[in-house]
Design a protein around this ligand. Structure first.
Ligand SMILES: [Zn+2]
Length: 283
């Protein structure tokens, strides 16, 4: 037996953007430009392929094992160990922790799928974070979180919406062409660099059941797409967004322009009444 045969097999997962993505990296800056092969050690075989803990289907692994390995990997130095392109997660529950290492390589979750919530409430993500092309079936819960590096989440499907009230984005945020279903709570956030929501689509759902006594009493509140009391140090770009619910921008402060041109307000989202008049917003 050669020395090679004794090594545990390497994960055979490959991501070829030509085949596996409909995003064009010449247009979508944060898309993968080159074919990529997973560097992780394989755990088991699936459909004849050796796959690592991240690329095995969720039915073949325990969520807590995946999460533990994820935390170990993101705390290590180097670029490849923090790449999880195309990984399959059940969900992540990592509130009030620090996620990251002592270098500046991104945590790369492009084209990953999450079947449940991603909960990083109160946590600090100390690396740049890539979520472009990812799909989160649960909610992205990031209230009170700190993002020390840039956040790239272009063409991401957030099927359970996002709650990130009180989050602090120290570098640029780019959600270009992302879809937010159910809810978008960006209350009391601090955006210290550019914040782009260009071309996003925002939906809301009313969480009240028909039997809810609050409905009968008429004291229910509409679910809002809310940026209330958020601060934008370099402005915000919401051009070409589509809103399927009320947009609330009460008490927003913006050093640069707050851009809202070519937006569409559909269905019940008929008004921009919550946009304050004293900010420099461009339509
Ligand atoms: Zn793998």
């Amino acid at each position: 037996m050669s020395e090679n045969d004794e090594k545990p097999p390497r994960c055979e997962f490959q991501f070829d953007p030509e085949v596996d993505s409909d995003l064009n990296s010449r247009v979508v800056f944060s898309e993968i430009a080159q074919p990529w092969r997973c560097p992780q050690v394989a755990e088991a075989k699936h459909n004849g392929e050796h796959l690592c803990l991240f690329h095995l289907p969720t039915s073949q692994k325990q969520p807590q094992d995946v999460q533990q390995r994820f935390v170990e990997c993101v705390s290590q130095s180097g670029p490849e160990v923090k790449r999880f392109v195309g990984a399959k997660f059940e969900g992540i529950t990592l509130p009030n922790v620090v996620l990251g290492s002592n270098d500046n390589n991104p945590i790369d979750l492009r084209h990953t799928t999450f079947e449940n919530d991603v909960n990083i409430v109160g946590s600090t993500v100390s690396q740049p974070l890539f979520l472009t092309g990812a799909e989160i079936d649960g909610e992205l819960k990031a209230s009170g979180a700190t993002f020390s590096g840039s956040l790239w989440a272009q063409h991401t499907e957030l099927n359970g919406g996002i709650s990130c009230s009180g989050a602090h984005f120290k570098e640029s945020v780019n959600f270009r062409n992302t879809t937010f279903y159910k809810k978008s709570k960006f209350n009391e956030c601090r955006f210290e660099e550019e914040a782009s929501f260009y071309g996003c689509e925002f939906y809301t759902i009313n969480d009240y059941s028909p039997e809810d006594p609050r409905l009968a009493k008429g004291i229910h509140q509409p679910v809002l797409i809310s940026f209330t009391s958020s601060t934008f140090s370099e402005g915000a770009n919401l051009n070409s967004c589509v809103f399927h619910g009320f947009l609330e921008c009460k008490y927003v402060t913006s050093e640069g322009a707050f851009r809202l041109s070519k937006v569409e307000f559909l269905e019940k989202a008929l008004s921009q009444q919550y946009v304050p008049e004293d900010i420099d917003w461009l339509c």
